[in-house]
Design a protein. Structure first.
Length: 263
């Protein structure tokens, strides 16, 4: 195979992204990008990386013996090699490798980084799980007649028992959207209540509730899976309202439900 047509490695593509290749290599990869869809796809994948390498490795790099490392680099690098203005991904990873090989990474910095990376946001995790599930809903999922008031009350009573929370039908009603069903799911071995609605304008909407010991928190808005989410917590429960309606409408609906449940 002609070297000009040889597929570049991930390291070469990363260097291309960071502008670290020679003019000849840059031109060669540029030509491949015009003729080889595989190279285009791989470059696009590597370009999408948004992991915070610099922030994640900052404690490790801070603990490195800079003077010793600089002396090592000076002994192998040409004197005219320019010093980069900012660390690149390859540079950060190389510095980390040097620290590990030298055996000088401080235990305290390593343990501190490990703890930060190990911390899980339970609230974020359950919202992510719900969003994955609700994203599968279509208007057809919730098609059919609206349950009678008696049926709604019976469904809600099961949720009340499982969550130890009062959920009167008038408190969780949504103007402009039809109550469709209330059921109990399970998340992390605990009950997760889902009350599903169908908005004729925007489609499926759901109010989901789990028990939580993390304490009260005010309502916040986020986007997940192409939907808007409003989430908040009381001293004993966490709530999220998710749907395809605008963020302003979702916040208005959530504020109404919060006020009625607290009344």
């Amino acid at each position: 195979m002609n070297d000009d047509n040889k597929l570049p490695s991930d390291e070469q593509l990363t260097a291309y992204i960071d502008g670290e290749l020679s003019p000849d290599e840059t031109a060669r990869i540029g030509l491949l990008l015009e003729t080889d869809a595989r190279v285009v796809a791989r470059l696009e994948f590597l370009s999408r990386s948004s992991l915070p390498f610099e922030q994640a490795f900052e404690p490790l790099l801070a603990a490195a013996p800079k003077a010793k490392l600089e002396a090592m680099l000076a002994s192998v690098a040409p004197a005219e090699t320019p010093v980069p203005v900012r660390p690149t991904r390859r540079g950060l990873l190389a510095a980390l490798a040097a620290c590990v090989v030298a055996g000088v990474v401080a235990d305290r910095a390593f343990i501190g980084l490990g703890r930060r990376l190990a911390v899980k946001d339970e609230s974020n995790e359950w919202r992510a799980a719900v969003a994955e599930y609700i994203a599968l809903y279509t208007p057809d999922t919730l098609a059919g007649p609206v349950p009678t008031a008696q049926s709604q009350a019976a469904q809600l009573s099961i949720l009340e028992e499982k969550l130890d929370l009062r959920l009167p039908a008038e408190a969780i009603s949504i103007e402009g959207a039809d109550f469709k069903r209330a059921l109990v799911l399970q998340y992390d071995d605990a009950p997760l209540a889902q009350i599903a609605y169908l908005d004729p304008q925007t489609g499926p909407m759901a109010l989901c509730i789990v028990r939580s010991a993390d304490g009260a928190r005010p309502a916040e808005v986020e986007a997940r899976k192409g939907m808007n989410v409003v989430y908040w917590a009381s001293p004993s429960h966490a709530f999220m309202l998710i749907g395809h309606a605008s963020a302003d409408r979702m916040r208005t609906v959530a504020d109404g439900i919060m006020a009625r449940l607290e009344a």
